[in-house]
Design a protein around this ligand. Structure first.
Ligand code: GLU
Ligand code: MG
Length: 630
């Protein structure tokens, strides 16, 4: 039977029983996680290269490739080394490790190997003129003839009604993505509107105003477009971007809250450090990151909810899109720093409080429930909420915040987890592994030293704006807590402004720096030589990125484009420039071309397929089987 996907417009949601939330275990196998289990999730793009005409296009083969990629999982789910899932673009696939990385320090040494394995799995299925890249955004996304096979947008009856983004570029193999696209637009009452400031180069027209009638605009896009900005009008411009996400297993709900809260202020720092998106729709822009673009690309708020018209039909004025930064901390300590007014669904909050869910979690969940469901399977409407969590997961999975607080599932031993979601994906497995391992190590340092990263949530929001600006890693100062050793949670606002370099590497007597802290933490461990070598290279690289001795991917791309002979100082990234950029990116990814300016040297880690056999024995003797951290 075909699955029908329906949209529930402005459903009040108060009918949803949240008994499943109430009955969740608050602690699972305490003490299990001496080390944290984690899972890294990477989204890839498939690119087809036309060498004769020097043109790179997105290859619309994701659904077809997934069928083959998923065979191993279907035949042998327990032993499989990678899991593959669809993503928004028909040119995308998403890969996670088959099992979460284990809980020993030696497991840090297998992260990069698993990433390379995943990449090679995809590459082995490609044609000679195709490459798989972990590229945050395709520079000519939405430009004329950017897909293979060619596809035309349909501004009159397409799912997104876009002037630029064809429905064929949205994943075809699963109904979720097209439905989300259509429902977001319908709920909003108009096309999404994304405006990114153009990079004003010497010969960029001033003012920069595009003639959108050439794309078939009926006037509505021209009205939505802003002067001196690149205009985009479809969910695909945002959700068609790729990222690197990590999920951490926590021992229990308290540890999950601590991780969620204390990692929240790190989100803008890591976004600046992983910046990889300077080009949109073929134009060089003044931002380096994807975050605000995705945020606008799924902004389903009505005019009333955006505060543009008085509330008549809707329930709330909602300050942010459903893809945005965290709005409230979850721990008692963190709650003192919740200084922005929170919109939440009072009925749901009351129901949760009546069911003995504590006030902070009740507030968080009732805040998630200010959003409507934007895609729902018709056969999943009627459920026993004590046994199934689909209604909750439906809302949870379409609240795309910088952090996600993941609840245990009913009838499964999966525990409390948090997901770290801001990072842009990097070209090489080395870089992605470095960022992944660094964040995990930071969580360990955080818990071991009982660090305090909390700053007012309004300052995290301010950082989210500034960290996306061009060259933010070197040019911006971000709020960060100075006295991170203070365990008292009512010590007030200790935030001061620092560069990303100072936050990561330290600032004299004033601030210790996150890398020195991680090194201190590692110093107390008994590391084998290979793992120590690998981690050492990751930390050196991150330190160099923060200090500016290694460039961000965004800066490397900018430099590449601006020094390209075809570039006319007019902000336009032509097909020829994009082709050369993709070729260079692909050679760096495959290690065929050195790129010291990006990697801070020529790293060669000791990453390996598995941990030493002797260690495995120890785990079998002392640990429970790792739980799925996905
Ligand atoms: N691709 C989205 C991003 O770049 C994330 C989608 C997801 O949550 O999987 O943030
Ligand atoms: Mg994804």
């Amino acid at each position: 039977m075909a699955t029908v996907v329906i949209y529930v417009p402005s459903s009040p949601h108060t009918h949803l029983k949240l008994t499943s939330v109430r009955t969740l275990p608050h602690s699972l196998t305490p003490g299990y996680c001496d080390w944290i289990c984690c899972c890294s999730n990477i989204e890839y793009m498939i690119i087809k290269l036309d060498h004769k005409n020097r043109k790179a296009r997105l290859s619309l083969r994701g659904s077809e490739l997934l069928e083959v990629l998923r065979e191993a999982e279907e035949t042998n789910p327990k032993e499989v080394r990678s899991l593959w899932r669809p993503e928004y673009g028909e040119y995308m696939v998403e890969g996670t490790p088959g099992q979460p990385y284990g809980s020993l320090v030696q497991h840090f040494n297998i992260v990069e190997h698993n990433m390379s394995f995943r990449r090679s799995e995809v590459q082995s299925l490609l044609q000679p003129d195709e490459v798989v890249l972990s590229l945050t955004s395709f520079p000519r996304l939405g430009c004329d003839d950017f897909t293979y096979p060619p596809a035309q947008p349909d501004p009159v009856s397409g799912c997104s009604r876009s002037l630029f983004f064809p429905d064929a570029a949205i994943t075809q193999g699963h109904p979720r993505f097209k439905t989300l696209t259509q429902n977001i637009r319908e709920r909003r009452g108009e096309n999404v509107a994304i405006s990114v400031p153009i990079y004003m180069d010497l010969k960029t027209p001033r003012p920069f105003v595009e003639d959108l009638s050439q794309y078939g605009d009926d006037g509505s896009s021209a009205a939505a477009a802003k002067e001196d900005h690149v205009y985009m009008d479809a969910m695909g411009f945002g959700m068609g971007c790729s990222c690197l996400q990590m999920t951490f297993q926590a021992c229990n709900i308290s540890e999950a809250r601590v991780l969620y809260d204390h990692l929240t202020p790190l989100c803008p720092v890591m976004l600046a450090l992983t910046a990889a998106t300077p080009v949109y729709r073929g134009y060089l822009t003044d931002v380096d990151c994807r975050w605000d673009v995705i945020s606008a690309s799924v902004d389903c708020r009505t005019r009333e909810e955006r505060g543009l018209e008085p509330l008549r039909n809707d329930r709330f004025v909602i300050p942010k899109s459903r893809y945005d930064s965290v709005d409230c901390y979850l721990s008692e300590c963190g709650a003192r720093y919740n200084d922005i007014p929170l919109v939440y669904n009072k009925n749901i909050q009351q129901k949760l409080l009546d069911s003995k869910v504590d006030e902070y979690l009740a507030q968080h969940i009732s805040h998630l429930f200010i959003r409507d469901s934007i895609s729902l399977f018709s056969e999943r409407i009627h459920q026993d909420d004590a046994r199934e969590m689909d209604h909750f997961e439906n809302i949870q999975s379409t609240n795309w915040q910088t952090m996600r607080f993941k609840l245990p599932s009913v009838n499964s031993n999966i525990g409390w987890r948090v997901e770290f979601r801001p990072c842009e994906v990097q070209l090489t497995d080395f870089e992605n592994a470095a960022f992944g391992v660094f964040i995990v190590l930071l969580t360990r340092a955080l818990l071991t030293f009982k660090l305090n990263m909390l700053i007012p949530i309004s300052k995290v929001d301010e950082n989210m704006k500034n960290c996306q600006k061009r060259n933010a890693v070197l040019d911006q100062k971000l709020w960060f807590r100075r006295d991170i050793f203070s365990r008292e949670c009512d010590k007030g606002d200790d935030a001061s402004q620092m560069t990303v370099g100072e936050i990561i590497n330290g600032k004299g007597e004033e601030f210790v720096g996150l890398i020195p802290l991680v090194r201190q933490y590692l110093g107390a461990l008994d590391l084998d030589a290979d793992t120590a070598c690998t981690i050492g290279q990751y930390l050196n690289f991150i330190s160099a990125r923060a200090a500016g001795t290694a460039m961000t991917t965004a800066t490397w791309m900018r430099n590449f484009i601006m020094s390209h002979p075809e570039y006319k100082q007019d902000s336009v990234v032509t097909d020829g420039i994009a082709y050369d950029l993709i070729i260079a990116a692909s050679e760096i990814t495959q290690g065929k071309q050195e790129c010291k300016e990006l990697l801070g040297g020529t790293p060669k880690t000791k990453t390996s397929e598995d941990i030493p056999k002797a260690m495995k024995k120890i785990i079998q003797m002392t640990c429970l089987a790792p739980r799925n951290a996905e």
